[in-house]
Design a binder for this molecule. Structure first.
Ligand code: IPD
Ligand code: CA
Ligand code: CA
Length: 262
């Protein structure tokens, strides 16, 4: 299964590389003028589903552009064919393909492929996390003040859902620096690889994070909601870190959550 996910991710990644910065069609998603979808998102998704279905025709799929297919199998493939569509459409080479496999409600495998740097992130539950076959671990930074964090914003950020703007400002004041790459799946892989120390975001979808969260956990990191409770890829708050700064990040998130609304 892992080999098949890698094959599908590489094939979709090759396709995205060919079209970077010059998608043929760019549409906005219904009712969300900043949420783009291109012909490349759709083609990449079809490619991934074709490759996986050729071996596992009865499995379920949850894919960003085509939704839920089947609901009969214990196995569900969770697919983001192009994570970082806005970057892709503008020619910024920060995007990836993300494929995860859920078995009876548990994510058991995650593959994220960055075709621009040719980096392949792979994790299987209980077997560690790897980039291009080399093992990766989360960072050892223990102070928020010395941490490099990353986040992203939902497409309806203008409505400031779940105080996303205040949370961003609070971390700007407490961390060494905060980045915004535009691809949640890569953000998570970079936490797994120790490049970033922590990541938080609100209103992600399961396809954005299913593979990346497993990578973080298998690299020794921690994944919870903003209060520190166990979370799931179907929840709307994601907090991942190297574990060492987790409590400090929760403190900042709680402080913002408890401020009276203006
Ligand atoms: C988006 C990216 C971005 C995150 C958004 C996602 P898409 O996914 O992961 O980093 O901030 O919330 O929707 O639309 O490029 O697949
Ligand atoms: Ca995405
Ligand atoms: Ca996408």
């Amino acid at each position: 299964m892992v080999e098949l996910a890698i094959e599908a991710a590489r094939e979709a990644g090759r396709l995205l590389r060919l079209h970077i910065g010059r998608p043929r069609d760019i549409e906005v998603k219904l009712g969300q003028e900043t949420n783009l979808v291109t012909d490349a998102d759709k083609k990449a998704e079809k490619t991934i589903i074709r490759v996986i279905k050729s071996r596992y025709p009865s499995h379920d799929f949850l894919a960003e552009e085509s939704g839920l297919h089947n609901q009969v199998s214990d196995y569900r493939w969770i697919i983001d064919p192009l994570d970082g569509t806005t970057n892709f459409a503008h020619g910024v080479p920060i995007f990836c393909v993300s494929i995860a496999l859920e078995h009876k409600g548990r994510i058991i495998l995650g593959v994220v492929y960055d075709p621009n740097l040719d980096e392949l992130f792979v994790a299987e539950r209980g077997r560690g996390a790897f980039v291009n076959s080399r093992p990766i671990r989360v960072s050892k930074t223990s102070l928020l003040r010395e941490s490099l964090l990353v986040t992203g914003f939902p497409y309806n950020i203008a409505d400031n859902p779940d105080r996303a703007i205040e949370r961003f400002v609070a971390f700007l004041k407490e961390a060494r620096a905060v980045r915004r790459l535009g691809s949640a799946a890569l953000d998570l892989c970079y936490v797994a690889a120790g490049r970033f120390d922590g990541f938080w975001e609100v209103f992600l979808n399961p396809w954005d994070m299913a593979a990346g969260v497993l990578l973080v956990e298998e690299a020794g990191g921690t994944f919870t909601d903003f209060r520190g409770h166990p979370s799931s890829v179907y929840d709307k708050q994601v907090l991942t870190s190297n574990g060492l700064i987790h409590d400090s990040m929760i403190r900042v998130l709680k402080q913002v959550g408890e401020q009276p609304r203006r």
